[in-house]
Design a protein around this ligand. Sequence first.
Ligand code: GLY
Length: 581
Amino acid sequence: MKKVLIIGSGGREHAIAWKVKKGAKVYVAPGNGGTAEIATNVPINVDDFATLVNFARSEGIDLTIVGPEKPISLGIYEAFSEVGLKILAPSKKGAKLEASKIFAKNFMKKYGILTADFRAFGRFEEAAAFIKSRDKFPVVIKADGLAAGKGVVIAKSPEEALETLKSFMIDGKFGEASKKVVIEDFLEGQEFSIFVLTDGRDFKVLGGACDYKRLLDGDRGPNTGGMGSVAPVPFLTHEKLKKVVEKIIEPTVTGIQAEGLDYRGFLYFGLIWTAEGPQVLEYNVRLGDPETQAIMPILEGDLLEAAELLLEGRLRDVEIKEPQKKAVTVIAASLGYPIKYVTGKRISGLNYDEDTPLPASPHALRAWGEAKGGGHVIFHAGTEKRDDGIYTAGGRVLAVTGVGESYENAMSRAYNRIEKIHFEGMYYRLDIGEKWTRKILIIAGSESDKEFVSSGTEILEKLGIPYEFKVISAHRNLRELVDFISNFRGFEVIIAVAGLSAHLPGVIAGLTSLPVIGVPRDVGPLNGMDALYSMVQMPRGVPVATMAIGKHGMINAVLYALRILANKYPWARKALENWRK
Ligand code: GLY
């Protein structure tokens, strides 16, 4: 059996180990409490290259896969490959795509890769003068070097920008790493990431994900390493991915080759989808954490084989299919993370059968069934294994990934499982994936309503709001309608379209207590007046909010649905704000 060494100790490395362990004997240096259970932990630090190389040689390791950026930027590729050991990691030169923001931005400019306009500065006075001469805010200030994910500030005013520049460039907040800075335009849109494997000539897309960087629900509070993730990228249609490939990934790989960056490893594209399309926010020369914990469980391909083929110069032969499932990853952190937190707390509920008494209610029984049989994986991050169990050993402690046919399904599996886990001071966000679960249900009576409905759904698609569209007729398929409306879960607003003397919105309103918005279609001899009258004049107790006849009514219906959702969901408020712009 092949022997694989994985370098790192986080949830990302646990997920990589989990993915490759079927085909190999896996070692993780230094690993965590979770990798201890599926692999052999080796207590060597990620930057102790001499000891790592000795271990790899004496143990006969066939392949080493590197997780974090630090050993890559310090030259782990060189240390291993100089003695003929196979390693999946870019060279020190390649690592500059992450380790120097100035290098990365100049690279993007040179190869015509879409990114925000920028200026680079090595002297505080010049950077400050640039800020003073500028009238466009917010502005983004990035420390040139590695700053553990904390080196990016979005300054809303000139004062904030000058303060940031002073702390970075004069006070040396991140030492040498912040002595030089990039100042760039602030881009608005939906952030997402795409991960590829590349050998600097070819590439294969491994997958994409959205990360939840803020600590609190509704994307509030301080930035963290990531409190959860969702994969694949919910709004990334084939067409959009094609654009990312053509405008961003291909020219990047061309640039890597042209510059001779000696790159054989993962490449992380931190992207944003703006009104003008995709743009690069950053490159990282590794996989993301916690994106990897969502991507690995749904990856349709053999990661170990892909890594081996890449190192043999046969990346072209690697087959990675589009994921068929969705994944939602929720991070359990220690209270106080990302600032100050305690460690050394015992974690219970990891082995559900042992730690939990028999389910006490039907709800608990269903949750138990989901947790046992339903698709989920628990990845460890800051944990350690002791004789009597697993203990917390870091700020981000666990990543629980739910897998399902839909985001709703994956989300409920992740949350059903994480609710069974406990440690003192455990904290997790409650809204990971929420934005991508469908809240709006649009029903029309016939396939021919599709084009009419698109006047509203186009807006939802532009704003990145998921919805479900169903064709069920109230008079042709009444039984199906009753069955569907009585049994679905998750939707919070229903838009029902009807032409002629409408039944659909009224029948639905009679079957549900959710808000129903009726849209009369301008069809038939009365051109929608009949539909309008029958909708607007509902009997007492069966309310239907009636929109105007025709496409304007359809547009208002989706905006009205968003207004209802905006009472509860910050993402709906944000979407309405974007719509007004
Ligand atoms: N989740 C963000 C990162 O890995 O950098």
